[in-house]
Design a protein around this ligand. Structure first.
Ligand code: PLP
Length: 400
């Protein structure tokens, strides 16, 4: 690693613990948090300066306005991924999930089917359940988290209306390939489905991996695609509550445009300023983050192979998330199918290892016996996290 941007990507535990966000406050000081998808790095300096500028000027009145996001998002997508969104179809939201839920609500009726590729970032499942829609699971193949086209086709019936897509995929870190995306496009066209694609992890890629927005992947998505975008993951800005959706779906655009103007809320001036700064002047910082999370991913891969080979793990192509399968750890001790850590290893590890991972079962099919680890932290904190997990497992395995 080298270069000045890399140097700011170190964080002491003391600095992390001084934060008031949920990551470092939810559990006690004896627990290392590795759950929510925030990075333990300071956001880019230009973003901090832009926000501080508002504060220093006492500049907290109306504006800048969310309409300013559309051209910046279009430039950003074009520069990063070769896709030029149509600015007239970009709408602001206060988060990616806000956009997802509004899209779902306005394009489906109660009990309509919504396809998800499980395991999946669990708020997708909550969004379906809370809106009274019906979850249609298409489990990914656990031997590599590929989409199975036949399984996808078989999952769909006449009440299925939407596919919720997530690429890069949380929690597995997969970036779906052209054949998988063609299978999704084929099904979407044949069954006349809307596809809502959440691409907010699109820049957190490991070397050799390319993210291609669905919008330019297959012409069969034309007229049936909503793309969610945000600076929140790439630039560690989730608290700014700012996102956009590119809506290539005439009925949804019409529905949004007929809503009373404040019904949907709006990102704050600080969120808009911070997001514009991220998308226009922080590429160096982003490259440093990419190098750093790849170094941590490789650290995790080495450590698991050396010290915890019974944990199942597919090296992620993107994201800073690792989907760890504890099903083979000390199998048989409890007589169950999912090893001695049980169905929900995150619960066990919180209590017995002092680390807080995300609970696998919440992510739907494929989540039992699994936990999600966030490795966007310092080398030291990641080593401490792994040490604690390894210690807990060794103790269990010694007692079987
Ligand atoms: C795939 C995905 N979508 C949405 C979100 C949440 O984004 P927001 O806070 O903008 O709703 C996350 C957060 O981790 C995520 O991983």
């Amino acid at each position: 690693m080298g270069g000045s941007a890399d140097e700011v990507l170190t964080v002491s535990e003391e600095r992390a613990r001084a934060r008031v966000g949920i990551k470092w406050t939810r559990y006690g000081t004896d627990v290392i948090p590795s759950f929510v998808a925030d990075m333990d790095f300071d956001p880019p300096q230009p973003v901090l300066d832009a926000i501080r500028g508002h504060v220093d000027r006492g500049d907290l009145g109306y504006g800048p306005f969310s309409a300013e996001l559309a051209p910046v998002y279009a430039d950003w997508q074009e520069r990063q991924h070769g896709w030029r969104p149509d600015e007239a179809r970009v709408r602001p939201f206060t988060s990616a999930l806000h956009a997802l839920e509004v899209a779902l609500w306005n394009t489906t009726d109660l009990a309509d089917g919504v396809v998800v590729f499980t395991p999946i970032y669990y708020p997708f499942l909550d969004a379906i359940a809370k809106s009274g829609r019906r979850r249609v699971e298409c489990p990914l193949d656990p031997h590599g988290w590929r989409i199975d086209p036949e399984r996808l086709d078989a999952a769909i019936d006449s009440t299925t209306k939407v596919i919720l897509f997530c690429n890069p995929h949380n929690p597995t870190g997969r970036v779906f390939d052209a054949a998988e995306i063609a299978a999704v496009a084929d099904v979407a066209e044949r069954h006349d489905l809307l596809v809502i694609t959440d691409e907010i992890w699109g820049e957190l890629l490991h070397p050799g991996v390319v993210h291609r927005p669905l919008a330019i992947s297959d012409e069969r998505f034309a007229g049936r695609l909503v793309t969610l975008g945000s600076a929140s993951k790439t630039f560690n800005l989730a608290g700014l509550r700012t996102a956009v959706a590119h809506i290539d779906h005439a009925p949804l655009l019409a529905a949004l445009d007929s809503m009373a103007s404040h019904q949907q809320g709006s990102p704050s001036s600080l969120g808009i300023t911070g997001t514009i700064s991220a998308w226009t002047e922080c590429d160096d910082w982003m490259h440093a983050v990419q190098r750093t999370i790849t170094a941590r991913r490789d650290q995790l891969t080495r450590r698991l192979a050396a010290d915890a080979p019974t944990i199942g793990y597919h090296v992620p192509q993107a994201t800073y998330l690792a989907w760890l399968d504890f099903g083979a750890v000390a199998v048989g001790r409890d007589g169950g199918n999912h090893g001695a850590l049980g169905d929900d290893p995150a619960e066990y590890l919180r209590e017995h290892a002092g680390v807080a991972l995300s609970n696998g079962p919440k992510f739907g099919t494929g989540g039992v016996g699994v936990a999600r680890l966030n490795f966007a932290t310092s080398e030291q904190i990641l080593d401490d996290t792994i040490d604690r997990i390894v210690h807990a497992i060794n103790q269990l395995e010694a007692s079987t």
